[in-house]
Design a protein around this ligand. Sequence first.
Ligand code: PGA
Length: 255
Amino acid sequence: MNKATRKAVIAGNWKMNMTPSQAKETVEKTAALVKGKDGCDIVLCVPFVDIASAVEAAKGTNIKIGAQNVHFAESGAYTGEISASMLLETGVEYVIIGHSERRQYFGETDETVNQRTKAALTAGLTVILCVGEVLEERQSNITNEILSMQTKLALAGISTEDMKKVIIAYEPVWAIGTGLTATPQQADEACGLIRSVLADLYDETTAQSTTIQYGGSMNDGNAAELLAKVHVDGGLIGGASLVPEKFDAIVTAAQ
Ligand code: PGA
């Protein structure tokens, strides 16, 4: 397995955008544009309340639907939370876990990221696990240590077999929603570092077969250059995924 045999995954992260009717319209528009572009897997991660209309609109298309978070318990007294089995039954196939906005604003820790990852995998969902350094960490030259630590803690207790359903998204926090993008070189180095951590934790086959995405202001203008890098197997796209034409251009770049 290498870059040529790993299937790229282009995933949109809508964040807290789109009502259910807007979701329907946007999935339909996106589907019409990405039709037949089967050189990568295409996922849209939507707000919980949009899942039903997004799943319906994506039926029979090459778009799969994901959620943006999941709780780690199976059920119980967790007001406002959503479990993995609930997601699965609504037709969700993917879930983003550990996004920096969850870490920053909602008290997400490496430990809860690990618990959520386990719960999602047990239910049969594919996990898009986010890791990434903040600006001060990059400036202090500890990016590798941070990425290594976040990856190891998130994957604690997760088997080699389960890794087949784990995608890692390298998302430098300083590049998210800021218009600043990691250079292709920086993205490649960080994704390569994460791959070497996987080789240590598991084995070379697992490291080589895991999809590692880049995320952080990826758009129609910079996607091709980023996706050309040997360790960058796709993208997790925020802002540009809200505009079907831009998202389609990124999908096209991944073919
Ligand atoms: P952005 O978001 O593309 O808007 O920077 C990426 C993300 O947060 O996944």
